[in-house]
Design a protein around this ligand. Structure first.
Ligand code: SAM
Length: 385
């Protein structure tokens, strides 16, 4: 390691990693809730210190695209991979430069939708929404699982919104509006708030003004996308819906930095948390849960599957990373079946077995993030020697 490189790395250790009062919602980071997002300052610091402008950063567990947003702001090209199509949709929208024509298209869409909604509300006084709903389910236009999570009137408005979105031709405007729509689904449902997993609140009052909430979310996103587009570099971002255990589509020795944040073995039920969005957007939940690393959480073989899968992912990470470049993995220690699993130690061992050289572990304790019950998180830094 050269002296300037060593200095740069040592400066990294000296930073305050607790970051208790940092803003994590700037630019497009606030677009959509995502279970166990990491604070954007983690990839920002790692990318700034351990890569150069125009180099290529990989996040092979990209989630909602935090690493990619920071790469684009810092002038690095990036590739994000996730097995979850919802994660890919969010990541794409968060990292795209919004054009004036898309802003116009989205604004026009809201105006047209408003007249459809007003028309619906006028008719809803005479036609009971329960009947409309029953017809939609019967004609296969609505997943029947959805019906218990919303008041019938809410479903009718949501259905009108998503149906209109589906008819948009501009692919970016369509994805943008899908993310705005999806970001709302939990807050207008009858689920209990304050709980990660979905639980019915039997006493929930029906939510109102769904279209108005959607318009507001979209307007906020337009502003943030516009600000992001002005601040971002013109570096390239690729988002791929794929499986980190096999990334044969990436060449050997082609990546300059890996900055990633894998699932926390049995700690975050992604499919459960995102069920409403996955249903409404028409994704297949059960195959996703079967294929996801750390999915099917309650099975007795969860730890074995998790480590087997992570070993495969680590070997792929080692293969694609250039020599003398860094691999940074953020991980926390979950509790599974009453036992705390020291994933920082276990992942470290598996990364060393895969051929990485361990450099440093940064511990974060009282941090402010969405990690729920876990009290600490680690950034593990390896080098490909
Ligand atoms: C901890 S989250 C990443 C969150 C991300 N850092 C963010 O800020 O949004 C882990 C991600 O790994 C994804 N994942 C699970 N199994 C995967 C696999 N086999 N291949 C690729 N991604 C996978 C999950 O879908 C989830 O989005």
């Amino acid at each position: 390691m050269s002296i300037p490189e060593l200095k740069k790395i040592q400066q990294l250790w000296q930073l305050d990693w607790e970051m208790i009062s940092v803003n994590t919602e700037y630019y497009t980071h606030s677009f959509h809730p995502y279970s166990s997002k990491y604070v954007p300052q983690i990839p920002n610091r790692i990318i700034s210190a351990l890569s150069l402008k125009n180099e290529l950063v990989l996040d092979n567990f990209v989630g909602s695209g935090t690493t990619l947003v920071e790469s684009k702001l810092l002038g690095r090209n990036s590739i994000g991979i996730d097995i979850n199509p919802l994660a890919c949709l969010i990541s794409k929208v968060k990292t795209s430069i919004i054009s004036f024509s898309t802003i116009q298209e989205v604004s026009r869409f809201l105006l047209n939708l408003q007249s459809d909604i007003l028309e619906y509300r006028k008719n809803a006084r005479s036609v009971r929404s329960e009947f409309v709903l029953a017809k939609l389910v019967l004609n296969g236009k609505l997943n029947s699982n959805i019906t218990k999570w919303y008041h019938p009137n809410v479903i009718c408005e949501l259905h009108l919104i998503i149906n209109n979105i589906k008819s948009i031709e501009d692919p970016y405007a369509k994805d943008f509006l899908k993310v705005a729509f999806s970001s709302l689904l939990r807050s207008v449902s009858n689920s209990k708030s304050g709980f990660g997993n979905l639980m019915i609140n039997k006493r929930a009052a029906p939510k109102e003004r769904i279209f108005e909430r959607f318009s507001l979310a979209t307007a906020r996103m337009l502003k943030n996308a516009n600000d992001f587009s002005k601040a971002a570099s013109n570096s390239d971002v690729k988002v791929l819906n794929g499986d980190s255990r096999n990334i044969s589509f990436i060449d050997d020795n082609s990546i300059d930095l890996i900055c990633t944040h894998p699932p926390y073995m049995a700690a975050v039920p992604y499919v459960e948390y995102q069920r409403l969005s996955l249903w409404w957007l028409g994704y297949d939940l059960s195959s996703l849960d079967n294929n996801m690393i750390g999915g099917r959480r309650s099975r007795p073989d969860t730890p074995q599957r998790f480590f087997r899968d992570m070993k495969r992912a680590l070997l792929e990470m080692k293969r694609v990373l250039r020599n003398k470049k860094y691999c940074c993995i953020t991980i926390g220690n979950p509790t599974y079946r009453g036992k705390m699993w020291e994933l920082n130690q276990l992942i470290k061992r598996h990364a060393i077995d895969a051929g990485f050289t361990f450099i440093k572990e940064i511990r974060r304790g009282k941090y402010h993030s969405t990690m729920g019950k876990m009290k600490e998180e680690f950034v593990l830094i390896f080098r490909n020697e």
